[in-house]
Design a protein around this ligand. Structure first.
Ligand code: SME
Length: 147
């Protein structure tokens, strides 16, 4: 699916204000982008990231990640999107699935504070482009208005 189309559909989902909107967005992303193999949303609780809604072939054992640990913890600490082209090359990486080759983590900010993040794993090496970054950063901005 193209990114503009997807943004319009996500706007539509959010405008209906469903109570499970985070799960709906996760499902939408996982279902419509082939390279988004596992999609999850973590929320910040004190010094940890706690896994919320997710969709993918398998559950992850990393349901609680201390801020500062792994790629997820790094993005939460710095507030910057992390794109990992090859997870094998990054020693911060916490492995969840043997099939994962690349990853993107996009922090969700509300009133200047990091309140969570979207984490996407891909089975494709170097799957995430600057277009994915721009697309997902637009989505987290929309989500933060609803959280
Ligand atoms: N790979 C992440 C951990 C979360 S799983 O990808 C779902 C990390 O390095 O923080």
């Amino acid at each position: 699916m193209n990114y503009d189309n997807a943004l319009n559909q996500i706007k539509k989902i959010l405008s209906k204000n469903p109570s499970n909107f985070l799960q709906k967005i996760v499902d939408f992303l996982c279902d419509n982008f082939e390279k988004y193999n596992w999609v999850g949303i973590y929320t910040v609780k004190r010094d940890n990231l706690i896994l919320g809604p997710w969709k993918g072939p398998k559950a992850t054992e990393h349901t609680r990640i201390p801020i500062g640990k792994g790629i997820c913890g790094a993005a939460a600490e710095t507030g910057k999107t992390e794109i990992i082209k090859d997870v094998k090359e990054d020693n911060r990486y916490l492995s969840c699935f043997l099939s994962t080759k690349s990853e993107i983590v996009v922090p969700i900010r509300k009133n200047g504070i990091i309140i969570g993040e979207i984490d996407i794993d891909s089975d494709k090496k170097d799957a995430f482009t600057n277009q994915d970054k721009i697309f997902l950063e637009k989505i987290v901005d929309m989500l933060s208005e609803h959280i």
